[in-house]
Design a protein around this ligand. Structure first.
Ligand code: FAD
Length: 308
């Protein structure tokens, strides 16, 4: 119930105002968000890239219906990508994008606008010497997201895409997409979805994750194992051994601020570990999804309110 309430609050303007204007939230926000500016993101990327890989996510306004806002988001990526190239970070740092922040919700032409905007980011990424991964949002966007990625891959074959194990369709999507060179980030899924399309219990989601992981590991693509769950990490290692994948043939991914010690340990054991680093002024919905994943984060916040 708490998870549902937090996910509903992620879309509430009133809750947003409260969270943004409550000073004790700041340290918790800072734990998950690298800052609001490109400088903040680049500084964090330098620190993490010492022992890990990075994916930078510029937090633009999700679900924007304004083409100008979507264009400003593209510009923010262009600036960040130029800096990655100039500062020698491009071999270790890719970028992640959300299509709803790139114009997909613009009435009438949204899909076309999102495709063209993402293509511009792919061009800028290629010029800098890096690549792009397209995040997955709620289930109403899955088909369009996959078809946009299919089009982008014609020119930019390394473009990655996210699949969410909580969706009932995802095993079939994994099978379709496990081809040579296909970069697939498998996560459990962070949105509130109906039972008609998504598994609801943790155990169902976890077993789906394992089935999907097996398909990806046995396939010919490049699996990106995005989970903080120790069981999923252990199973991914076992599957990689069983399918003769070397440490270069797949990677682990975790969110900035979540299990940082484990992130460093996995990298120290010789695996690729990519930290997903969000930055930007529109951090609120992303932040609320992180609270929803682990209500203990909220308890920490409530304790600090009581003891301030
Ligand atoms: P869980 O079973 O949720 O958690 C396992 C353990 O990890 C928990 O017990 C806890 O110890 C720790 N943990 C998990 N989350 C947190 C947290 N927020 N704070 C503190 N500890 C935590 N979802 C999408 O829907 N679309 C995307 O495009 C997407 N991209 C992602 C990219 C990356 C790199 C990662 C790591 C996740 C992404 N997610 C995305 C989020 C994902 O779907 C899950 O909601 C999130 O990762 C939690 O699931 P879990 O696999 O870590 O397992």
């Amino acid at each position: 119930m708490l998870r549902s309430a937090l996910l509903a609050a992620a879309r509430s303007a009133r809750c947003r105002t409260v969270v943004e204007h409550t000073p004790v939230m700041r340290p918790i926000v800072d734990r998950f968000i690298a800052g609001t500016t490109v400088d903040d993101a680049i500084r964090t990327a330098h620190l993490i890239a010492a022992d890990r890989l990075v994916s930078l996510d510029h937090l633009g306004e999700e679900d924007t219906t304004d083409p100008d806002r979507a264009a400003r988001n593209v510009e923010a990526y262009r600036i960040a990508l130029r800096r990655l190239g100039d500062e020698g970070l491009a071999t270790k740092v890719e970028v992640s994008v959300k299509l709803s922040a790139l114009g997909m919700a613009v009435p009438a032409d949204g899909d076309k606008i999102a495709l063209e905007n993402t293509r511009e980011i792919c061009v800028a990424a290629a010029a800098a010497g890096t690549i792009v991964t397209v995040d997955m949002e709620d289930h109403t966007m899955t088909d369009t997201t996959l078809s946009i990625v299919r089009e982008l891959r014609a020119d930019f074959p390394s473009t990655g895409v996210v699949l969410q194990a909580y969706l009932r369709r995802t095993e079939a999507d994994c099978a379709d997409l496990a081809y040579q060179g296909s970069r697939i980030r498998l996560c459990k899924g962070a949105y509130k979805e109906p039972a008609s399309v998504a598994y609801q219990s943790k155990s169902e989601v976890d077993t789906s994750y394992v089935r999907c992981l097996r398909i990806l590991m046995e396939g010919r693509g490049y699996p990106m194992v995005a989970s903080h769950d120790s069981r999923m990490i252990r199973i991914a290692e076992e599957l990689a051994t069983r399918t003769n994948r070397s440490a270069e043939d797949f990677e682990f991914q975790m969110l900035y601020g979540v299990r940082p010690r484990t992130q460093r340990e996995i990298a120290a054991r010789g695996f690729r570990l990519r930290s997903y680093v969000p930055f930007g002024t529109e951090w609120y919905p992303y932040f609320m999804r992180r609270l929803a994943e682990r209500p203990a984060n909220l308890t920490f916040f409530l304790n600090s309110l009581v003891h301030q």
